[in-house]
Design a protein around this ligand. Sequence first.
Ligand code: 4YB
Length: 465
Amino acid sequence: VSHHFATWPWQHWASERSSATALSFGEQHFSWAEVTARVDEYAQCLLEQGVKRDQLIAVVAPNSIQVLWLLLATLRVGARYVGLNPRNTEVELNAQLAQLQHDFIWYPAKSAHPLLSGQRLYLLPPQNPRLVPVTWQPIRPATMTFTSGSSGTPKVAVHSADNHLASAAGLLAWMDFDQDDSWLLSLPLFHISGLAIVWRWLYRGARLVVAKPADFDRALTQVTHASLVPTQLQRLLAYQQCDPSVPLVLKKVLLGGTVIPASLTEQAELSGISCWCGYGMTEMGSTVTAKKADASGGVGAVLPNRELMLKDGEILVRGATLCLGYYRNKTLFPACEGEWFATRDVGEWRDEELHIIGRADNMFISGGENIQPEEVERVLLAHPDIRQAFVLPVEDSEFGQRPVAIVDTSSELNDELVNNLQAYMAAQVVTFKRPICYYSLPEDFTKSGIKVSRKRLKDWLISQL
Ligand code: 4YB
């Protein structure tokens, strides 16, 4: 067993450390006793609107304190939480909701999508202060999370509180996070990386910081811990450089979700931020392998409560953090055929450390030669002017497919920079792997959620040809 909670974690901490600060939101602070009282109030409010155990509450919203209360209250009444990305189009959201067959929906009053299906929930003060008791049963389904679904339609991974707590326990066995430390809710609660922050907070009984969007950059300098995708860390370092007088409380960041350039973690360490590199996925409740950042491009070793093996190069995983299954048509389906979950990632062990080669689905063939786009992207990312890089195939009558690059650069992508990039690549990679042309990454890709979707990039690229 990876945890010792005989009740909801916030109630556990309310009895152990009742007046310790559990949660901060701007100038507002809540002790564990206050968090517990607030969760019970929101839980009562859900019950009064007809929410029952095992029902599904869909939440379409960016992070906010309300979404956090809603998540905790949903767990409290034995219902299930699923977050959807509010930046998705209405068509995408309705397709996702149809797949979920949710019972209730919540979105903020000022939502861009006020017409979504389902019985709408309201967060109002409860009429009746008495709470119908529900017992803490950590093996039951608690959250559902859409996978990033790089190929095909996204699936919905179902996790129990035990799965999430096993994930938190394993990571925190390696990465220090003390009870008086604070972790910023720095990634969305509709993604596994955001949910994992909440469960680490609950596991440790530490402090969670929720920031208003306008305060996010400042909040990031004032917490001790944050989970970031590499582009967020890049932005933080740029922000620090603009105003070095802002003192940095931040001491540890957990990075993940995509390739983590060593040049980035080296720069962060110079600002006194200790970086942890992780490799993980939705199905495994976030991080699977991790290490303290160093000069190698690997993703470290396997954390406690997870197992990992390679089969013909593919990474297979299992353990206490693996989801209960996928949810479809109100039914739970197994996430894997055998005991192991096949990630579709290709990896390799070098000196006791896992290295990610790339996703099997991303590989393409040019003139009979295999190109793993991530390999080319890693070289591009090492160029000082490149912040983000994607290599995608375009149809070609002679070669079948050829690689093109879509890059986010720190200065304008003009002819001079393109020539410079071409010369740089010519010195680094074999001819057939060199991008035949360079496109500038459109801005709306960088600000829409946690990672850039290759499927969307491909559609955009086709529209440019
Ligand atoms: C990688 C990769 C890597 C994932 N190199 N490809 O709490 C955390 O672990 C966390 C902290 C900061 C930022 C993100 C996280 C995550 O959870 C990331 C989990 C995630 O990205 N899940 S996902 O389902 O959306 O995508 C999983 C896929 O992402 C993997 O199968 C890999 O293909 C890729 N990926 N980490 C290279 N370090």
